[in-house]
Write a protein that binds this ligand. Structure first.
Ligand code: CP3
Length: 351
């Protein structure tokens, strides 16, 4: 068993006793930090940063040097997997991610390789190993991947999208092709997450950012079913400790009961649901992570404190809650607001 100086994040995910509610922040290493922007400039670009294990490790550690957070998250991106499948990821200045060769046909899908995580994605595994060494048992390291559905939307659209027109065209027009793609992507994500755990990730999170774009029936068939399979294939123990899984479907608040049965230890919540209601609906089946509206951090310290306490007040149990934002932190946030947030959560109550 690996010694951890601070394991309350892992304990809360497993609904074991904790002294207080743990906190980490989605995109905690990112553009709101001047030191992140400096390292990215040194790397050349965001992608260069992801592909350089030393620099990825450096930015992973940056928010922990500023704030006493209870977990670190691997610095990478969900789109490294489709990139390794040959789609050619690049970032257009100010326009978000793009793929040079989006998936256009069944023949394209059949040609997609399943990357070996220790070959094509070795830079990610090297970053995980390096970060673990650098953390030196201080806090746990979270690994992550995109959900097959979310990755498929980018792979078909070739970019971010508002309405997912091409993806929905395939879903309704040729559901078999959609399933063929999701099966391929699931196989790739599954081995990728398994490799992250072997490399040292102590918890893993699946980002289903676009699951909320689906109808309830299609959410189960085209997103949840594949995440469930990936979770079932993960090693549940490593280094003598359970490796908890967090499932986060943005916009998925209507389907928490289904998510609670998918085999995950915890569910991520966005800010569109009251955490008290979510806790009541999932009962003692899973822990919860969330769910402060990230835009609260644009307001003053008093509002940050009050809104953070509202979330904490809403969670009814002594353990089983990991405080987080309902989505990633915005680039325009002042780091001082984050300091206030972390301080508020950590001084709130003993478990
Ligand atoms: O949380 C963390 O600190 C870990 C790092 C992380 C990044 N992306 C870094 C990143 C994680 C977990 C992700 C996940 C991710 N990436 C998701 C799912 C979660 C979510 O936010 O919904 C998605 C959909 C992506 C794809 C992606 N990557 C987009 C749409 C963008 C551009 C949007 C933007 O914020 O500009 C990225 C780029 C990206 N990924 C950045 C960071 C820090 C910003 C890049 C930069 O430095 O300019």
């Amino acid at each position: 068993m690996t010694e951890l100086a601070n394991d309350r994040f892992l304990r809360a995910l497993l609904r074991e006793p904790v002294d207080r509610t743990p906190i980490w922040i989605m995109r905690q290493a990112g553009r709101y930090l001047p030191e992140y922007r400096a390292t990215r400039a040194r790397a050349g670009s965001f992608l260069d940063l992801c592909q350089n294990p030393e620099l990825a490790c450096e930015v992973t550690m940056q928010p922990l040097a500023r704030f006493p957070l209870d977990a670190a998250i691997l610095f990478s991106d969900i789109l490294t997997v489709p990139d390794a499948m040959g789609l050619g990821l690049f970032f257009e200045a100010g326009e978000g991610p793009r793929f040079r060769d989006p998936v256009r046909s069944l023949a394209d899908i059949e040609r997609l390789p399943i990357p070996d995580p220790e070959q094509e994605l070795r830079y990610v595994m090297d970053a995980v190993r390096l970060i673990r060494r650098e953390l030196n048992g201080s806090v746990p390291l979270i690994g992550f991947a995109g959900s097959p559905w979310t990755l498929a939307t980018y792979m078909i659209e070739g970019a971010g999208s508002r309405d997912f027109a091409e993806t929905k065209r395939v879903l309704y027009g040729d559901p078999q092709a959609m399933h063929a793609l999701l099966q391929k992507v699931s196989a790739a994500v599954s081995v990728y997450l398994q490799a992250q755990v072997r490399a040292g990730a102590q918890a893993v999170m699946i980002f289903d950012t676009w699951g909320g774009s689906l109808t309830p029936r299609h959410y189960r068939e085209f997103s949840l079913a594949y995440m469930q399979r990936i979770i079932a294939e993960l090693p549940r123990e490593h280094e003598g400790r359970r490796v908890p899984v967090i499932l986060f479907t943005k916009g998925g608040g209507a389907w928490l009961e289904w998510q609670a049965d998918a085999g995950a230890d915890a569910l991520g919540l966005d800010w569109t649901i009251e955490i008290a209601e979510a806790a009541q609906r999932v009962g003692d089946r899973v822990a919860l992570q969330g769910n402060l509206d990230p835009s609260v951090l644009y307001a003053g310290d008093d509002v940050v404190r009050a809104e953070a306490r509202r979330v904490l007040d809403g969670f009814p149990h002594a353990t089983g809650h990991v405080f987080n934002l309902g989505h990633g932190i915005h680039p325009g946030i002042e780091p001082e607001r984050v300091a206030t947030l972390v301080e508020t959560v950590q001084s709130y109550r003993a478990g």
